[in-house]
Design a protein around this ligand. Structure first.
Ligand code: MD6
Ligand code: FE
Length: 207
C-alpha cells in the first residue's frame, strides 16, 4: 500500500488505491442502499440560504447537516426525521485501520458531486473533538483536491483523488483548509450515471 505525505503538513496521509475495484463496487452498493433509507438532501449555507452544489446524506449515529440556522451534527435525517442508517462494516474497518487508537467513528457524511459540483476551501471544525482524524474515501469520477495549512492564506497543494483513494487529515492536518476545485467528468466507470461520491468519517463527541 502506497502512502504519500506532505513535508509541511504532519498528520496528512494520502493512500491511493486503498480500495480495489471489487471493494469499491461493494461500497457503492452499500451506499446506494443507505441512500434509499436516507435520501440525498440539498443543504444550504447558514444565513444566506444559498444551496451547496453537492447533495448530502449520512450514516452512523450522527450526521452533519447545514441549513439556514447553521452547521451541526444531529441523529436524524432533516427531511424524513428518521435516524441515520447504521455505519457499514467496511467503513468501521477502515476507521479501525487508520485510527486504531481513537474512539469509534460516529458519523459518515456522504457527499454526492454531479460533474459541475465543487466544494470551497474549508476546515472541518464542527466536531467537539479534533483528537481523531477525518478520513475520506473517494468513489467514482476523479476530483482535483486542494489542501493548504491551518490558515486560509498561504500556499496550497493540489492532487487528484481517484476512485478508491483514501485521505486522512489528522494531527496538524486535522484543521487544514481543503476543498474540491473540480470533478473530471467521465473519468471513472464506477457510478453508472457518473459523478463522484465522497465519504468522510468523523468522531464527533469527545471519547
Ligand atoms: C471531498 N473532502 O473530497 C471533500 N474533509 O469531496 C473533504 O472535505 C475532506 O477529503 C476532511 C477530510 C478529508 C477530506
Ligand atoms: Fe472537509
Amino acid at each position: 500500500m502506497q502512502e504519500i505525505t506532505l513535508p509541511g503538513l504532519s498528520g496528512f496521509r494520502y493512500l491511493p488505491g486503498y480500495f480495489d475495484r471489487a471493494r469499491q463496487e461493494d461500497l457503492v452498493e452499500t451506499i446506494r442502499k443507505i441512500l434509499t433509507e436516507a435520501p440525498l438532501f440539498q443543504p444550504v449555507m447558514p444565513r444566506t440560504g444559498k444551496p451547496f452544489s453537492v447533495r448530502m446524506s449520512n450514516c452512523g449515529p450522527l450526521g452533519w447537516v447545514s441549513d439556514i440556522n447553521g452547521y451541526r451534527y444531529q441523529a436524524t435525517h432533516p427531511v424524513t426525521s428518521r435516524p441515520w442508517p447504521p455505519m457499514p462494516q467496511m467503513l468501521t474497518e477502515l476507521w479501525q485501520t487508520v485510527a486504531p487508537d481513537c474512539p469509534p467513528v460516529e458519523a459518515c457524511l456522504i457527499n454526492f458531486y454531479a460533474p459541475e459540483a465543487k466544494m470551497g476551501l474549508h476546515q472541518d471544525r464542527d466536531e467537539d473533538t479534533f483528537d481523531a482524524p477525518v478520513v475520506s474515501v473517494s468513489l467514482g469520477d476523479t476530483a482535483t483536491f486542494r489542501i493548504g495549512g491551518t490558515s486560509r492564506k498561504g500556499p496550497t497543494t493540489s492532487m487528484r483523488l481517484a476512485s478508491g483513494d483514501v485521505v486522512v487529515l489528522g494531527g496538524e492536518a486535522r484543521l487544514a483548509y481543503h476543498g474540491i476545485d473540480r470533478i473530471l467528468k467521465g473519468s471513472s466507470t464506477l457510478l453508472k450515471n457518473g459523478g463522484r461520491i465522497n465519504l468522510t468519517l468523523r468522531r464527533v463527541t469527545k471519547g
